[in-house]
Design a protein around this ligand. Structure first.
Ligand code: SAH
Length: 555
């Protein structure tokens, strides 16, 4: 078929794309259509046509899917958020589970042998006995503030791929009190003639309203991000906000840069504590505005319980929790482990994590500030942690996934288990593949719906060291297994043998001889995986390697 922009055609939707958009094929050419569902026959207008795929707009639904529901949010038509709210909740869960499976298979090349069912916002609310609804769950909002068409301050979301504000005055996935707070701030701005930020001119004052609410405590934090050093009549803002039940912390954040980054560096505390508190399970957490905290409190507890279950702790393990935020997962783990080391890049979050350990009387958790990929190396060099001392590593990185240097470090120290908590199945799958190539096998996986009505999904994957049960890939990069602590590296041993004896030796041979003389306790270097045996180090090379060990004072 010859497709031209603005043509209207009828298509049938085959499946959903990664962003939850309907995908139809016309003679093999893929068309992406927002808000269309699999099985539906729809009339669409062709918009942008690239070489191999294009985009079309939904004009009319000719045959609707039985999974289609009326969106509950009055803003659904105009607001760019909540891409799946026209799909039944069961449909959303199935889509998310499939999305994770597809990514793991297509990008990661793995199909987890155990797949636990997705954790949805279903069942009864813990301690309340009322049914959980996949709405009004968000405990955090960061609304941009701009002028509406009449020049009044308004909050909303940016239209897709633009900075045009679509006013939203009652967001259906936020906790209602968050909408109330936003109403108070806008009322204050109108009353005191406080101008909204104007991006094009980089003028005006209030850029964002940032609100957070502790689900179990009801404590509320409000922070106005301003393009200036102070907020006129701020006492009036405080007066208004203090009327909102639960108001605990009111602050300003100064951000005068031309940037999309929301928070600036400087905080101005107006009233109350510089943090709010919330609980997850039995643990109480202190949360600063700059710290990350999961947005769906009902699901967070389920997610952490899954991570804890996958970590399979018995009380004598040393655990690393990398990308630990305010120590949420770390403190969950610490209750079952010997020791937990948390690493996080945001200093305020690390401070929260340390306070949180104290607040809960937890003494077996320590926190380090810095990039996980750098701090992990330091822990090995300076704190004596490393190979055979770390039993379980938990990672929970941002969307871009783990730094490759960090993955190298993890496989070098050879934990028995790696629990990967991820908010992006594509980068999860990429990293799982890398870990797989270095000897870690995916054991089980479980998705968790943290972002109901939207397309995002959280996943927990358990990987274990294949060699623990005798499986070893011959091409395993054993070179990196040992490269620290002032001892000779594999490369140094190889260079020495090459120089003195003229032989090239493999890392596997070094590992075998190390094992033979008791430098490393890994009897499985000598055995194959059953599918082909591992070559054995010849006598003359063994002697050369032994000589190198003596030279480097390993024996
Ligand atoms: N596990 C925590 C936080 C997960 S979000 C929780 O569930 O609450 C990811 C965290 O990684 C954020 O706190 C972010 O600040 C932090 N982060 C981002 N890049 C990092 C890096 N390179 N090293 C360490 N932490 C990083």
């Amino acid at each position: 078929m010859d497709l031209k922009k603005n043509d209207e055609i009828v298509v049938t939707i085959d499946n959903l794309g990664n962003q939850g958009e309907g995908v139809a094929h016309v003679d093999g050419y893929a068309l992406f259509i927002k808000k269309a569902l699999p099985g539906e026959k729809v009339l669409v207008r062709l918009m942008k046509l690239n070489k191999n795929y294009g985009f079309a707009r939904l004009v009319e639904i000719l045959e609707a899917s039985p999974q289609r529901v009326e969106p509950a949010c009055p803003m659904a038509k105009t607001c760019g958020g909540c891409s799946l709210q026209h799909l039944s909740y069961e449909g959303q869960l199935a889509f998310k589970e499939q999305k994770v499976r597809d990514c793991l298979k297509r990008i990661g090349g793995v199909e987890p042998p155990i797949w636990e069912p997705i954790l949805g916002m279903t069942g009864e609310e813990k301690g309340k006995g009322t049914p959980v609804r996949p709405w009004n769950y968000r405990n955090k909002a960061q609304f941009p503030v701009r002028e509406d068409e009449s020049g009044n301050p308004a909050v909303g979301f940016f239209a897709n791929r633009s900075h045009r504000l679509i006013p939203v005055d009652n967001c259906a996935i936020q906790h209602p009190v968050i909408n109330e707070v936003v109403g108070e701030v806008l009322g204050f701005m109108r009353e005191c003639h406080i101008p909204a930020y104007q991006e094009e001119k980089h003028s005006g004052l209030v850029r964002h309203i940032y609100v957070r609410r502790g689900y179990h405590t009801g404590q509320i934090m409000v922070c106005l991000i301003i393009n200036g050093k102070s907020l006129p009549h701020s006492e009036k803002l405080v007066q208004r906000l203090k009327k909102v039940e639960g108001m605990t912390s009111i602050s300003l954040n100064v951000n005068t840069k031309k940037t999309n980054v929301i928070l600036g560096e400087k905080m101005i505390w107006l009233e109350g504590a510089p943090y709010i508190e919330d609980t997850i399970g039995d643990i109480r957490y202190r949360i600063s505005p700059q710290s990350f905290y999961q947005v769906n409190p009902i699901q967070t507890e389920k997610l952490y319980r899954t991570a804890l279950e996958f970590a399979d702790l018995h009380g004598d393990e040393n655990v690393w929790d990398l990308y630990c935020g305010i120590g949420t997962i770390s403190l969950f783990l610490a209750q079952r482990a010997k020791h937990v080391t948390g690493v996080e890049i945001v200093p305020e979050a690390v401070e929260n994590a340390r306070e949180n350990a104290k607040l809960n009387g937890i003494t077996n958790a320590e926190f380090y500030c810095g990039a996980a990929e750098e701090v992990a190396g330091k822990l090995i060099r300076e704190e004596g942690q490393g190979q055979d001392t770390v039993d379980v590593v938990v990672v929970d990185p941002p969307r871009k996934g783990c730094d490759s240097a960090l993955l190298d470090t993890i496989v070098n120290i050879r934990p028995k288990r790696v629990v990967y908590v991820s908010c992006d199945p594509a980068t999860l799958a990429r990293d799982v593949k890398i870990l797989g190539e270095k000897g870690y096998r995916v054991e089980k996986a479980r998705a968790c719906d943290m972002f109901s009505q939207g397309e995002h999904v959280e996943t927990v994957v358990l990987l274990s060291d294949k060699r623990v049960d005798g499986h070893i890939d011959i091409d395993l990069d054993v070179e990196k297994l040992e490269s620290t602590g002032g001892r000779a590296t594999y490369a140094e041993i190889k260079d020495y043998v090459k120089e003195k004896y003229g032989y090239s030796i493999s890392s596997l041979y070094i590992a075998q001889i190390k094992n033979k003389v008791g430098l490393e306790k890994r009897d499985n270097y000598n055995h194959g995986s059953g599918e082909g045996s591992v070559p054995e180090c010849p006598q003359e090379k063994e002697e050369a390697i032994m000589d190198a060990f003596k030279h480097f004072r390993l024996i």
